[in-house]
Design a protein around this ligand. Sequence first.
Ligand code: MRU
Length: 350
Amino acid sequence: MPEREPYTIAWEEETGSIIYIDQTLLPGQYRVVRCTTVEDLARAIRRLEVRGAPALGIAGAMGVALAAVRSAEPDLDRFREGVGQAADLLRGTRPTAVNLAWGIDRVVRKVAMAASVAEAKALAIAEANAVAEEDELTCRRLGTFGEELFPARCTVLTHCNAGALACRCWGTALGVIRSAVAAGKDVQVIACETRPLNQGSRLTCWELARDGIDVTLIPDSSAAYLMRKGAIDLVIVGADRITRDAVFNKIGTYMHAVAARHHGIPFYVAAPVSTFDLARTEKEITVEERDGAELAYCGDHQLAPDGVAVLNYAFDATPLDLVDAIITEIGVLRPPYAESFRLIRKGEGV
Ligand code: MRU
């Protein structure tokens, strides 16, 4: 472990680059990567070296700043055109997490406001850093609101990784867990492995164990049985996008929500306001489909016969009627969501 932990993703002022923890190597290897081109960043996002909705928002913002800073174009219009192309490249890397486009757009808007190339570069860096700094504050606020929903002693099931690694630090769902632990609550975490890319076993278990938070790994398929045995008090997950009618999150989330409702267990979502996309409904969202090789192989080891058809959705949608509360940095939203979502529209103009 390095002496000082960097954030999951950060802007490195001295070199004009992005540095991030390569999440594909965890838990075996902890490596911080320096990224100097937008093409490399786009590849890193596709490979999930940087992943998780809020971290993707920061990556998008910093990617546009990187394009701006590295541009040698003196003409403002042509400069903006180049930055716009970089933004489009980044936007196309992953379609489901709305934070990616949100982070990109924040910096593109600043570039559009600038009166010179030099000003555009300065504004782009400042805005990208603001996106990252706000993310930390957001996660901590959201954690404080969310921990109040936790009993003094509880066992909490989570899916995928909505932790420090999915944000600048602290996390959304895991941020709530961290805040509950910090408030003196006795919290045990059940982490679903999250096939096929194992963000739960590789990342959630790694970061919670490192913080000394009690975590037990289970196969995704154990969740309903543990609920039936009375071993789970509540479920908390993050989100990649929240539309007017559904929460998009890592594939497998929906089955936990169905099982939780069947067993009378609260199902909570923790997400920043930037994850809301209230102009859209479930049907309008593209759910990322990933390479079948992620299921058919484990590293070099073949798990399925050659040529078998594979369907590999990265996310699913959980209808809002299965969600007991959505924890945000502006408070805890409860059903009826048609009413509580008005707070989001008012506060942030989503
Ligand atoms: O494919 P990933 O690893 O980017 O998916 C991440 C998730 O589904 C997380 O649960 C979600 O982004 C919330 S992160 C705070």
